[in-house]
Design a protein around this ligand. Structure first.
Ligand code: ADP
Ligand code: ASP
Ligand code: MG
Length: 437
């Protein structure tokens, strides 16, 4: 069985929804994971923000506009009175639910419930549309099987047991439509896998059923060798390894959610990136191994904070780094890059929720300096033993960009540098021009 995930633009209009139907309506059994229609989740975030600020009129206004957009979609998508009415009723109920938050005190969990409505609407409309076209399908709520634990990590055992139970039920059709992004948390409340999380949902579903392949259908012809939003003339890469794709996704390539490779790698399931706008394009295949190439791709992640800890004592004395790591662990803050010297250590983080507390704890060990608005630029390729001097080429390509940290040797696939956010674009362009063209 295959798992096919369609992103926001792929279900973003009646025309695109019809395009998806063409791609999924063969006889092959499959699980289809859908994102919300493009723009919907952003709008639901805006509604939640208005509710937090108690801006009731503005929230109502945005809800009204979004609801009207959905009626426009329905009148184009559906041909029969029966399915037009069914869909309108469903959308009406959803928007009545959204309006019900207006007069109550707003708290964070309700935001999760509001954000979930985007995927609930896209999957329900797809389910009705397929039925109207005479294509048998089952709408399976992801809330029946997708769960994260107390640390917000996927509960693999629960997901597998519950998904398999749902799939074994009588009358489940060959085409199963389910929501990406949404899940329940350890307390059974509605939660999500963070923005862009539908890729992660698809990978988790694929791993749970040991799928033959996980396909991520999006609006571009595969994984490009640099961010096409920043750099001109980027090219699709035909083949990446799990490790290469994971590094690129983690370090900012928006085409994949940062964690989405991990479940596929765990079960050794090929991931294929495909373009809904041009299905005949080859796309990108991601598997355990891939052809070796000195430098394959560049990705970058903004909003990075660098923390420098400086001491006049012998800083790196036995046990020092353990204490530093423990502070970050106790505040549940992952570290991305690290560089050490005898008298100082620098680390980077992208989650600054607990930064003040981390700094208070670190101050016991030295003088702390914080540098905000930094970016990690990550170069992925084959650096095994650096036989061709690839790291020297990377640094030479970046000779006009001030570097604040360099990380090499953590894996055989990655050289990362830390630059100021304002220098990120130049670093990405210089790497493309000098190493990828
Ligand atoms: P979806 O809504 O289908 O999940 P996304 O917008 O999340 O789509 O991801 C696809 C977009 O990712 C592309 O349109 C492109 O602008 C952006 N992107 C960033 N880096 C890359 C890259 N290295 N390769 C391809 N696309 C990338
Ligand atoms: N709809 C969610 C978002 O916009 C999840 C996704 O599209 O993957 O973040
Ligand atoms: Mg996405």
């Amino acid at each position: 069985m295959k798992v096919l995930k369609f992103g926001g633009t792929s279900v973003g209009s009646p025309e695109r929804i019809r395009g998806v139907v063409e791609l999924i309506s063969d006889e092959q059994p499959k699980i289809v994971v859908l994102s919300a229609m493009s723009g919907t989740t952003n709008t639901l975030v805006e509604i939640s923000n208005c509710l937090y600020r108690n801006e009731k009129q503005e929230a109502l206004h945005i809800i009204q506009n979004l609801e009207e957009n959905y009626y426009t979609v329905i009148s184009d998508l559906f041909k029969t009175e029966e399915y037009t009415q069914k869909s309108k009723q469903f959308i009406q109920t959803t928007f009545t639910y959204l309006r019900s938050f207006i007069n109550n005190i707003f708290y964070p969990l309700q935001e999760k419930a509001i954000l979930a409505q985007g995927e609930i609407m896209s999957t329900t409309l797809m389910h009705y549309h397929l039925e109207e076209c005479g294509i048998e399908n089952t709408l399976l709520s992801t809330l029946e099987y997708m769960r994260i634990d107390k640390d917000c990590e996927p509960d693999y055992f629960y997901i597998q047991q519950n998904l398999q139970r749902e799939l074994a039920k009588p009358n489940v059709k060959k085409i199963i439509i389910t929501q990406g992004f949404i899940c329940r948390n350890a307390y059974g409340e509605i939660d999500n896998l963070k923005r862009g999380g539908s890729d992660y949902s698809a990978a988790l579903v694929g791993a749970a059923i040991k799928a033959e392949e996980i396909q991520i259908w999006t609006d571009i012809d595969g994984f490009h060798n640099n961010d096409p939003r920043v750099v001109e003339n980027t090219k699709a890469i035909r083949h990446l390894s799990f490790d290469e794709a994971a590094e690129l996704a983690y370090f900012g390539a928006k085409i994949l959610h940062p964690s989405s490779i991990q479940p596929a790698k765990k079960e050794n399931i090929p991931v294929r990136l495909k373009n809904t706008l041009c299905p005949q394009d080859e796309g990108t295949l991601i598997t355990e191994d891939s052809p070796i190439q000195n430098i394959k791709a560049v990705a970058a992640k903004s909003d990075i904070t660098m923390i420098n800890i400086k001491s006049t004592n012998m800083l790196l004395a036995h046990g020092f780094l353990r204490k530093v790591f423990e502070i970050f662990e106790s505040w549940k803050t992952p570290i991305d890059m690290i560089a050490t010297s005898e008298v100082a250590v620098s680390l980077t983080i992208d989650c600054i929720k607990n930064l003040d507390n981390i700094v208070l704890d670190l101050e016991k060990y030295g003088i702390i300096n914080i540098y905000r608005n930094m970016a990690i630029v990550c170069v992925v390729g084959d650096f095994t033993t650096d036989k061709n001097g690839v790291s020297a080429q990377v640094l030479a390509a970046l000779s006009e960009v001030p570097l604040h940290m360099i990380s090499y040797g953590g894996s055989e696939h990655n050289i990362s540098v830390l630059v100021k956010d304002e220098d990120k674009k130049k670093a990405m362009i210089d790497l493309s021009c000098k190493l990828l063209s």
